[in-house]
Design a protein around this ligand. Sequence first.
Ligand code: ASP
Length: 408
Amino acid sequence: MNKKAANLILYGMIAGAVLGLMGGLWLGDFMLSIKFLGTMFLNALKMVVVPLVVASIIIGVTSLGDIRKLGRTAGKTLAYYMATTGFSVLVGIILVNLIRPGEGVPPIGAAVPEFVAMKGAGTIVEVIVGLVPDNIFGAAATGKILPLIVFSLLFGGVLTVIGDKGKPVIAFFEGINAAIMKLVLLIIYFAPIGILALIGGIVAENRESVDELLTALGLYSLTVILGLLIHAVITLPTILIFFGRRNPFGYFLNMGQALATAFTTASSSATLPVTMESVEKKNKVDERAASFVLPLGATINMDGTALYEAVAALFIAQIYGIDLSIGAQIIIFFTATLASVGAAAIPEAGLVMMSLVLTAVGLPLEGIGIILAIDWFLDRCRTTVNVWGDSIGAAVISQTKEFQGNNA
Ligand code: ASP
């Protein structure tokens, strides 16, 4: 997508949100009659989730090369990614439970289906058992995405150890991945209309509680932004000081251009060249470390996206008056982390993944209609944190024995 088209869509999304709100208030019946357009938009997002997750994870793993030869660097890099992402999700879950941005809104929309309440009651053992699919097609068909992710990680791993036989399969999934990314961009072209119809429908159905909904949306955005700030200003810089042995202020200033690019493009992969330049040339991080950590990080390390997924899912549960059990929150912890791994590094990919997290605990997908209104902005914020997390990862990994000892 070129810059002009991206800007047009961005303005379209903002206009869609504003018009949807006004239409819902003043032209309620009309808005209800075009609600199906919003449903079609949501369906289109759901349509791409399974192939997107499977292909992007398989490609992510196979891009590491023979996993038996990965050695310590890759192990440490993955440990850094998982630890920081997990930490940011935890911060998000704690904040959304403390602030409870979705509470106080009168139960909205249609009644919550009964199976949702039941699904919340998983124990930890059930969550763990559920990680291994007994039938991958069954898992895909019923929206059980966690087992699908586990399968994709294993499948990608073994593809790297079977030599030439694996190559056509990898190429096949690369093709699928590229095609699905294009499809996501195509779907995004329809986002302005989707947003207009979804927001218009929700507002028309809940005219009396619009004030509460808007306040809730504002509080939700603040919760996401506060979480992102804690992660970006406290957690990551602390890691940089202790494990990367750098001054976070200087490091941050040198990253300025990359972070600004991340904010303007809302895409980690579009930002990658600038990130690499800033990390290697301005921050003078060992190029061997940076050239391994950054491209991989742009694809699979998304701290901001993970935090957003968890906060948004719990916010939607609160809006619909669903009290999620600890088991369900643990599922959200894992799906949000893994959804961020599977999210493509392009604008709004996190939103596509949202349907995955919601489905995992049986929350109503219509909830996406509410958070859509502000997602164009939160996408920019989380992408900036994603890139900041990658850049700090490069500094941390460059301090490991492998790079310090010159034997990488
Ligand atoms: N836009 C984000 C990125 O490229 C992904 C997301 O939508 O959260 O990093």
